[in-house]
Design a protein around this ligand. Structure first.
Ligand code: PLP
Length: 438
C-alpha cells in the first residue's frame, strides 16, 4: 500500500523509474514520450548528463547554506546570467522553489514597494479570466480559473478579472487582430478607473496563456497598450512566465516577442528543467531601490530561497539553453505546428491550433462553426489524456474556462531536444488518442 498522498486519491499512477531524453520509462518498462514536459518543465528532456554532473558537484561541495547567513556562487552566477539576458531594467533576482512562490513574492514585493513610497492604498490586483498563477492562496486569488478558486473563496484577497487576449474566442468578424488587442487591453484601463488608480497596485498576466486556455499568444500591440496603461496609472506590470518562459516560446523571455518589459517577472519550471525545484522573481532597479532606501528589508522569505544545489542545476540548464539548445525552439516549433495543422487542421472537433515555439495548443470544440465547447460532463480532456497516455504520449489536456463556459484543449510543451522523427511520433500518438475519443 502506498502512503504517498497522490494528486487524485482514486488514481493509481504507474511508477516512473527512468528518464531517457524525451522519454519517461515506468516500472513495467513502458516508454512514454514526454510531449508536455510534465507541465512545461522538462525543456532539456530527462537525464541530461551535464545537469546531473553539476548537481553532483554542488552536493559534494555544499548542498545547502541558509540565505539568512550566506549567499552562494551558483546563486550569484545564475542571477548574473539571468539579469544579463533579461529585458528592460530588471536587475535583481529573488530565488524561490517554484512558480507559486515566485508569484507570492511578486505580489508581496509590489505591495511593499507602494508602502515604502507612502502610497498605502495601492493594494488591488487586476488579472485576467483565462489565467493560472499558482495554487498558494495569493497566487490562487490572482488566477482567473473559477473552479480552483471558488472552494477557497473566503480566504482570498480580492482580485478583479478582465478578458485575456484570446483572439479565437474574442475577436469580432468586423475588427482586425490589432483593433481587437487594443479593445481588450483597454478593459484594463476601464477597471483601473472603476477601482480608482490610487487603489491599484498591479496587473498580472501570462504573456502566452498556458494551462487555462492552451498556449494562447497575444495579438500584436496588445502588451504595448497594456504597458502604456500601467505607466499612465502608476500600476506595476507583473508578467508570469512560469510556464511560457525560459526559451519555451523561442526567446528566453516570452515578453521579448511583444517588445515589452515588466516591472516584475516570474519564472520557474524550465528554469530548473525539473532537475531541481526552483523559481525566481526578477524586479527592476526602481523597485529594489525603494526597498533599499526604505526599510531595507523585503518582508518575505522561505527556508530554501537561493538553494545552492537548485541554483547549480539551473545554472547548468541555463548554459545548455544558451549553448545552442534554445536555438532549436523556433525551427522545431514551426515543424510541430505544421505537423499538427496537417494532422488536425481539418478535424471536426479541433477549432484552433496555435502557440509560439514549442508551446502549442489545440482547442477542442463540439462544433467548429459555432465554436461551442463540449459540455464539461463529457470529460473530453480527461478522456484525451487517458487515451494519449495509453498510446505512450504524455500531453496536457485541460478544461479551461472560456468566459464562464467550460472548454477543452490540449497543451503540448515537448523537450527542446526533440528530433524531426519525434515530431511525427507526437502527432501520430495524439492522432491515436483522438481516434479513441472522437
Ligand atoms: N504560473 C503559471 C503560469 C503556471 O502555469 C504555474 C503552474 O502551472 C504556476 C504559476 C505555479 O507554479 P508551481 O506549480 O511551480 O507552483
Amino acid at each position: 500500500m502506498s502512503h504517498v498522498f497522490p494528486r487524485h486519491t482514486k488514481a493509481n499512477p504507474p511508477v516512473a523509474t527512468q528518464g531517457d531524453g524525451c522519454y519517461i520509462i515506468d516500472k513495467n518498462g513502458k516508454k512514454y514520450f514526454d510531449g508536455s514536459g510534465g507541465a512545461a518543465v522538462s525543456c532539456l528532456g530527462h537525464s541530461d548528463p551535464d545537469v546531473t554532473r553539476a548537481i553532483k558537484a554542488q552536493v559534494d561541495q555544499i548542498a545547502f547554506a541558509h540565505t539568512g547567513f550566506f549567499t552562494s556562487e551558483p546563486a550569484e552566477d545564475l542571477a548574473n546570467h539571468l539579469i544579463e539576458a533579461a529585458p528592460g531594467s530588471l536587475d535583481r533576482v529573488y530565488f524561490v522553489s517554484g512558480g507559486s512562490e515566485a508569484m507570492e513574492a511578486a505580489l508581496k514585493l509590489a505591495r511593499q514597494y507602494f508602502l515604502e513610497k507612502g502610497e498605502t492604498s495601492r493594494h488591488r490586483v487586476i488579472a485576467r479570466r483565462q489565467s493560472y498563477h499558482g495554487n498558494t492562496l495569493g497566487a490562487l486569488a490572482t488566477g482567473g480559473n473559477q473552479w480552483r478558486r471558488e472552494p477557497f473563496a473566503p480566504l482570498m484577497i480580492e482580485t478583479s478579472h478582465i478578458s485575456a487576449c484570446y483572439e479565437y474566442r474574442g475577436r469580432r468578424d468586423d475588427e482586425t487582430a490589432f483593433d481587437y488587442g487594443q479593445r481588450v487591453a483597454n478593459e484594463l484601463e476601464t477597471e483601473i478607473e472603476r477601482l480608482g488608480p490610487e487603489n491599484v497596485m498591479a496587473f498580472v498576466a501570462e504573456p502566452v496563456v498556458g494551462a487555462t486556455a492552451g498556449a494562447v499568444p497575444p495579438v500584436e500591440g496588445y502588451f504595448k497598450r497594456i504597458r502604456e496603461i500601467c505607466d499612465q496609472h502608476g500600476v506595476l506590470l507583473i508578467l508570469d512566465e512560469v510556464m511560457c518562459g525560459m526559451g519555451r516560446t523561442g526567446t528566453l523571455f516570452a515578453c521579448e516577442q511583444d517588445d515589452v518589459a515588466p516591472d516584475i517577472l516570474c519564472i520557474a519550471k524550465g528554469l530548473g528543467a525539473g532537475y531541481q525545484p526552483i523559481g525566481a522573481m526578477l524586479c527592476t532597479s526602481a523597485i529594489y531601490r525603494a526597498i533599499e532606501e526604505g526599510s531595507g528589508f523585503f518582508q518575505h522569505g522561505h527556508t530554501y530561497i537561493g538553494h545552492p544545489t537548485a541554483c547549480a542545476a539551473a545554472l547548468a540548464v541555463f548554459k545548455k539553453l544558451q549553448g545552442g539548445i534554445a536555438d532549436r525552439v523556433m525551427p522545431m516549433g514551426s515543424k510541430l505546428d505544421a505537423a499538427l495543422k496537417d494532422a488536425f487542421g481539418q478535424h471536426a472537433n479541433v477549432g484552433d491550433i496555435r502557440g509560439r515555439g514549442l508551446f502549442r495548443g489545440l482547442e477542442i470544440v463540439e462544433d467548429r462553426g459555432t465554436k461551442s465547447p463540449f459540455a464539461p460532463a463529457r470529460g473530453i480532456n480527461k478522456a484525451l489524456k487517458k487515451a494519449a497516455f495509453e498510446a505512450g504520449l504524455i500531453c496536457y489536456p485541460m478544461g479551461g474556462t472560456v468566459d464562464g463556459v467550460q472548454g477543452d484543449h490540449v497543451l503540448l510543451a515537448p523537450p527542446f531536444i526533440m528530433s524531426d522523427a519525434q515530431v511525427d511520433e507526437v502527432t501520430d500518438k495524439l492522432n491515436q488518442a483522438f481516434k479513441a475519443v472522437f
